[in-house]
Design a protein around this ligand. Structure first.
Ligand SMILES: [Zn+2]
Length: 506
């Protein structure tokens, strides 16, 4: 088969792995006693057995990462670019899924940090995840590479999308999944991250984003644990939802009619599964600080190969998952509203069950602006900072060198809607540094929330004194007017309705 021959030739253009020996890297990456064992002290097979039995990583899953081609020179870059283009030409003659023209138009901007996923949601008539997943799997050449049967892909994506709509969540739904997928695509294609990855790793990264909240219940892990749900019982209160997302998605992938991985080799499947599991489990927010700390320690090491690929990708996915405060204000504000509504619904359930309110879940007592400022200050900004540092390091490792004069830089860049070439000098890299479009947005959004927080505080103070209505409008209200208003309300509506209106006006 010619594609096999081509693949081999591309693998051959890579330089041999330099630095630490494959054996040392394979086991030494795990944070445990195994790293104390001298590389030559035990035979390779025994080390692999030790690694597969006593660490979380499967030895088979790590093997291929060491065989990866390293693209260091411009010549290699161009040769590999030609290879990907050749693949794409074959693929483009057989377009599987038909995307409506309005969707195709929106998707032309899919490489941008400012991509409006809500717009895609509208024009795709509530199938943003299916359309975007198809588009990206195709553009990365993965449909062809892994011979995904078109009808199977269609079934799989449709089922995934409907799994996201199962509980009608305001936030954790198919639009959020599409948002995280698009953000991950930005990271892969615009920062040079994909140059560091093989095809299976790219597939796993995209798929992890696609399924990372599959069948989300719209409630938190804490709620599952506190209410003693079936899922909490099943997963022993540990990463309850994340375990479910992964398990349910892989169950779907086992179904004959939706198994898009049917043509992966056993080894490819193991590698894919191991990466997806690690990445999605790391979206459990309770592992956030641990993750950031571990990554900072890894970045501080002088040896660039110390950067663990699965952990780096996990951190990037985690960052994409919490990235909405680093997007344009209208998008961020909308996500905030959706998330708060989801929290409030959980609060309603907690009240029904006689459970204490989880933080931010009480409709009547939530400081929206303050919560977002705290979220940005303590979680999102530090995370995105570390993410940027990881991407800088990866770019230094894997982006082709500066172009020579004879080369036209534009030809190395991806065209909107075209196949994604690899490796590429990404537009999101200036010199040796990855551009960080999220920084300005984070700062601007924080300023807006601070203004709003100040205003809210003012309103609350005024309300306490009885000088303002709930909308914050100053009122020259005397006591008589106030009493009359209350009487009118009582006459026309029941009290509960009035409460609701006041809340929505807030
Ligand atoms: Zn998520």
């Amino acid at each position: 088969m010619d594609s096999v021959a081509e693949e081999t030739s591309v693998e051959n253009v890579g330089e041999p792995v330099v630095g630490s020996s494959p054996v040392k890297r394979q086991v030494g990456e795990e944070d445990d006693e195994l790293s104390e064992v001298e590389p030559d002290a035990v035979p390779q097979e025994v080390r692999e057995w030790l690694a597969s039995t006593f660490t979380r990583q499967l030895s088979t899953a790590r093997k291929r990462t060491d065989e990866k081609p390293k693209f260091r020179s411009v010549a290699n870059a161009i040769r590999a670019g030609i290879f990907v283009e050749r693949i794409y030409r074959r693929l483009s003659s057989a377009t599987f899924l038909h995307l409506p023209p309005e969707v195709t138009k929106i998707l032309k901007r899919v490489d941008e940090w400012d991509f409006n996923v809500w717009r895609l949601h509208e024009v795709s008539t509530n199938t943003p995840l299916r359309c975007l997943s198809y588009e990206l799997l195709n553009r990365y050449g993965l449909l062809h590479k892994f011979k995904m049967p078109p009808a199977t892909l269609e079934t799989f994506l449709t089922q995934v999308e409907s799994g996201y709509q199962k509980y009608k969540n305001p936030y954790h739904n198919n639009v959020h999944a599409a948002d995280v997928l698009q953000t991950m695509h930005y990271m892969l294609s615009q920062t040079g991250l994909m140059n560091w990855l093989n095809d299976i790793e790219i597939l796993a990264t995209l798929m992890a984003a696609i399924i990372h909240d599959y069948e989300h219940t719209g409630t938190t892990n804490n709620f599952h644990v506190m209410s003693g749900s079936e899922t909490a019982l099943l997963y022993n209160d540990r990463a309850v939802l994340e375990n479910h997302h992964i398990c349910a998605a892989f169950r779907l992938l086992k179904g004959e009619e939706s198994n898009v991985l049917v043509n992966l080799s056993r080894e490819e499947y193991r590698e894919f599964r191991s990466l997806v599991i690690e990445m999605v489990l790391a979206t459990d927010m309770s592992s956030h600080f641990q993750q950031i700390k571990a990554m900072k320690a890894m970045l501080a090491m002088p040896d660039p190969s110390a950067l663990d690929k699965a952990k780096a990708l996990s951190l990037v996915l985690h960052c994409c998952d919490i990235s909405h405060p680093s997007k344009e204000w209208t998008l961020h504000e909308k996500w905030t509203k959706q998330l708060l509504e989801e929290f409030f619904r959980q609060g309603d359930k907690e009240r029904e069950l006689g459970l204490p309110y989880s933080p931010l879940c009480d409709r009547n007592n939530t400081l929206v602006a303050e919560s977002q400022i705290g979220f940005i200050d303590f979680i999102v900004e530090p995370s995105m900072g570390v993410c940027g540092d990881v991407l800088d390091k990866v770019a230094a490792l894997s982006i082709p060198a500066t172009p020579t004069i004879s080369e036209e830089p534009q030809k190395q860049l991806n065209e909107p809607g075209g196949p994604i070439k690899r490796p590429v000098r990404p537009s999101g890299v200036v010199g040796t540094e990855v551009r960080r479009p999220w920084q300005d947005y984070l700062a601007a959004n924080k300023t807006r929330w601070k203004e709003r927080a100040a205003k809210d505080a003012e309103v609350r103070a005024e309300m306490a004194l009885g000088h303002k209505n709930v909308n914050g409008d100053l009122e020259e209200e005397n006591e008589e007017d106030f009493i009359k208003e209350e009487e009118d309300k009582g006459a026309n509506e029941n009290l509960e309705e009035a409460d609701k209106e006041e809340e929505s006006a807030e």
